[in-house]
Ligand binder design. Structure first.
Ligand SMILES: [Zn+2]
Length: 341
């Protein structure tokens, strides 16, 4: 389950904080100003998806490094072409003569994604004064950036006069244990349930024997066995995971529209830029941005459950409601049309 926060609101620097509930793990979409995000939240960040490195999307980098210095943190960053050199330059703009004494291991692992279908990863350990460690790791890029047993992360390139990445994070199916059913069957709670979940994650067959174990009142280890299929039927509830998409800084074009709709399809939440009102569509196009109406229409076409427009041009300060309303009207118009079909 993800909790999301648009860190600086719809008119401030782009940055979305996404926390995996109960797991103390978080992810950031873009690195705008981070000062309003409490350090305890920054210290949960494991992945950072940077759409592009225009200043308002990357200025939070130094603050993040500063908060994490001396901590035992490994943070993976993903960005567009030129990203490795930019991360390296930012790190090398400071003097790091005392960091080799640090006990903890803070490492930035940056990945540069190339629209031609390649990813290049470089490690920058703090205790080496952020000098790159080892050879760059090069892999093919087919849209997938990262995957573990809890979620996957995808990226797609949009045209912002430069290649700009849009992202989608997808939670794996959720495995919930029905405590009432456990109780009714006289089964204990405890670590054996993690073993049961592992069996499901690893797609074990229904007749796979699951060990149910606990300690009795005398402290003696007890166990019994049951087939996976029977346990799943009686005590497990599986729900689909959440999908969250993040789209910013893209001109309205047929190509971009297709990529956005594809990436955001059926998302639970879509964060999408709507920088200008539609009466200023020409200006939006000149600056390679979407209007609020275009954002709403794309969200509707993608069939997302909820749309959050953001990255409003500063000229609309105090008038943000107009952009939100325009995006909402276009969004619900599209949703109504879809329902009528
Ligand atoms: Zn921007």
């Amino acid at each position: 389950m993800f909790n999301t926060v648009l860190v600086n609101g719809p008119g401030g620097d782009p940055c979305v904080y996404l926390e995996m509930k109960y797991r103390r793990r978080a992810l950031l979409f873009d690195l705008g100003d981070l000062h309003v995000l409490p350090p305890r939240n920054i210290l949960k960040v494991e992945h950072i998806c940077v759409s592009h490195t225009h200043m308002d999307h990357f200025i939070g980098f130094d603050h993040l490094v500063r908060i994490c210095l001396g901590r035992d943190r490994h943070i993976a960053l993903y960005g567009p072409p030129g990203f490795l050199e930019q991360v390296e330059s930012r790190l090398h703009a400071y003097t790091w003569n005392l960091v080799e004494q640090y006990v903890n291991d803070f490492v930035l692992i940056a990945t540069e994604v190339d629209p031609k279908g390649r990813m290049k990863t470089r490690r920058f350990p703090c205790r080496r004064a952020f000098r790159a460690e080892g050879e760059d790791e090069v892999r093919p890029f087919d849209g997938s950036l990262f995957e573990d047993r809890y979620f996957s992360l995808q990226g797609a390139f949009l045209d912002h006069k430069i290649p700009c990445l849009a992202f989608r994070v997808e939670e794996k199916r959720r495995i919930n244990i029905r405590k009432d059913a456990l109780h009714e069957l006289g089964l204990p709670t405890g670590p054996w349930l993690n073993g049961l979940k592992d069996c499901l994650v690893n797609d074990c067959p229904p007749d796979f024997p699951v060990r149910i174990w606990w300690k009795n009142e005398a402290g003696l280890s007890m166990e019994r066995w049951a087939p996976l299929g029977t346990l799943v039927e009686r005590i497990v509830k599986i729900t689909p995971g959440q999908k969250i998409a993040y789209v910013t800084d893209a001109v309205y074009s047929e190509d971009n529209a297709g990529i956005i709709v594809n990436l955001a399809r059926d998302a639970d939440i879509l964060f999408i830029e709507g920088s200008f009102l539609d009466v200023e569509a020409d200006q939006a196009a000149r600056k390679y941005h979407l209007t609020a109406r275009q954002a709403g229409a794309l969200a509707g076409k993608a069939g997302v459950k909820r749309m959050i427009p953001f990255h409003f041009s500063p000229k609309y300060r105090g008038w943000e409601d107009q952009l939100i309303e325009e995006a909402e009207t276009a969004f619900s118009g599209h949703s109504d049309q879809r329902e009528a079909l």
